[in-house]
Ligand binder design. Structure first.
Ligand code: ARG
Length: 476
């Protein structure tokens, strides 16, 4: 039905400001206050979900006998036209109409006449907006999942191909023991695997329908909440109407997931930045993920990881913003909750962008295995292996620790790694040291010896990568 088809008597020719609630007001809202309280400039992002929710609600109203079938048809038809107009970018948003909900309702009434005004029967913007955000966030979690999976897959595949590449493992950023690069990468994957679990968990709890809670207490109409929940693919209706319109813990949970993920990606970023530096030279990032300097011609800067590291701050900020927004709010709905959207939207966008950037960049990393190996050789990284060797010869660990400490001090003095000393040099510190020591002092021997689940031996890394890939395949 177009506007010209509507009988003159049914046209709503006076869609003035505040038409939805202006009845008890004696003067129009102050122009600045209207702008200050409006959310349409940002909540229009919920438009498609708002329309989806309205169609489900209208179908339910028809079943309940509140709308006739022709009224339902007019409403659905009108809403679909509006959805197409919004998607096409030609919809005229009005700040005077406050928010996405009233803009769409006014446009509907404008198109189909007073029937449009019946849509809001048994409903409030309070349950409407709670429904919209849940639908929107559910869609977003569904599109973030494959981005995270792609990143994990890239990491695991790189780990499998770098299972034998030896690098220094660090504690306190000091060389500690040799590890394989593949092992290090699989540590990243474990962090992300847990983040994926947190995302799924968040989705599980948010997927309940608040529709029907109305303003706060429910409604006197014979509504069918199971029906609307099923129409919108929610698992079930929420239990309590006050809680339904009030809590935004699902958005907080998403931001907590997002913060944790960003924290993990910032740790990866920090390592990537270090590893690309001239001091480390462990990896190369392809030029397409870097930028240059306008003054220093030699520079190739790792901008992508630096930005991801930097963006962690804003996502953490959004989490704190939402926690603080919710803190101390009395039941049930308060206008404070209108402030939930911008932090949530930006957290979603930031996480999606960072995952996309990392997902493209990680598989393109080129490992510089010679530099890694050399670095591992320089830092006495097999000192623990020597101590363990002496324990094997019957020396108590505390004594062997002391013996090795002295050997390292000698090595520092002479500029020699333990593996570069002669047998006679090593025997100055213990007569228990024999020719077989050189095998355990080698970096290859050191990593190969840590051959158990979770250990750094190449064999274990290959098996762990296989298990991790198999786990990814169980995702749909
Ligand atoms: N724009 C509002 C929000 O985002 C919609 C709900 C308004 N409800 C109300 N009673 N004023 O929270």
């Amino acid at each position: 039905m177009s506007k010209s088809d509507i009988p003159e008597s049914e046209k709503d020719d006076n869609p003035t400001t505040n038409q939805s609630w202006g009845g008890r007001f004696n003067e129009p809202v102050d122009a600045f206050v209207a702008r200050f309280t409006a959310s349409v400039l940002f909540d229009q992002r919920l438009a498609q979900q708002d329309i989806q929710g309205s169609i489900a609600h209208a179908k339910m109203l028809e079943q309940a006998g509140v709308l006739s079938s022709s009224e339902l048809a007019a409403i659905c038809d009108g809403l679909q036209q509006i959805a197409a107009e919004i998607a096409g970018g030609s919809f005229d948003w009005s700040v005077a109409l406050e928010d996405v909900h009233m803009n769409i309702e006014a446009a509907l009434t404008d198109r189909i006449g007073v029937v449009g005004k019946k849509l809001h029967t048994g409903r409030s913007r309070n349950d409407q907006v709670a429904t919209d955000i849940r639908l929107w966030l559910r869609d977003q979690t569904d599109s973030i999942q494959p981005l995270l999976t792609k990143l994990q897959q890239g990491i695991i595949e790189l780990a499998a191909s770098e299972a034998e590449t030896i690098m220094p493992g660090f504690t306190h950023l000091q060389t500690a023991q040799p590890v394989t690069f593949g092992h290090h990468l699989l540590a990243w994957n474990e962090m992300l695997e847990r983040d994926f679990g947190r995302l799924l968990d968040c989705r599980k709890r948010l997927n309940q329908s608040p529709l029907g809670a109305a303003a706060l207490a429910g409604t006197t109409y014979p509504i069918n909440r199971e029906f609307t929940a099923a129409q919108l693919n929610f698992d079930k209706p929420t239990e309590n109407s006050l809680d339904s319109v009030s809590d935004r813990d699902f958005a907080i949970e998403f931001c907590a997931f997002a913060s944790m993920l960003m924290t993990h990606m910032s740790r990866m970023s920090e390592e990537l930045v270090l590893w690309t530096s001239a001091q480390f030279q462990f990896i190369d990032l392809p030029d397409r993920f870097c930028t240059g300097s306008s003054i220093m011609p030699q520079k190739k800067n790792p901008d992508v990881p630096e930005l991801v590291r930097g963006k962690t701050g804003r996502v953490n900020g959004h989490l704190i913003a939402l926690l603080t927004l919710m803190k101390s709010q009395p039941l049930a709905y308060n206008k404070d909750n209108q402030e939930d959207k911008e932090p949530l939207f930006d957290a979603v966008d930031t996480v999606a962008d960072c995952l996309r950037a990392f997902g493209d960049m990680i598989p393109a990393i080129r490992a510089n295995s010679e530099s890694m190996f050399e670095a591992a050789r320089r830092g006495f990284s097999t000192a623990t292996d020597l101590a363990d060797y002496l324990v094997g010869k019957g020396i108590p660990f505390r004594d062997s620790h002391e013996i090795v400490g002295k050997s390292v001090a000698y090595g520092v003095d002479q500029g020699k790694d333990l593996s570069e000393m002669s047998l006679a040099e090593l025997q100055q510190f213990s007569d228990q040291i024999e020719e077989d020591v050189f095998e355990i002092l080698s970096l290859e021997g050191s990593v190969a010896a840590r051959n158990h689940i979770g250990g750094t031996a190449p064999q274990q890394v290959r098996a762990a990568a296989q298990r991790a890939l198999a786990l990814l395949k169980t995702r749909n």
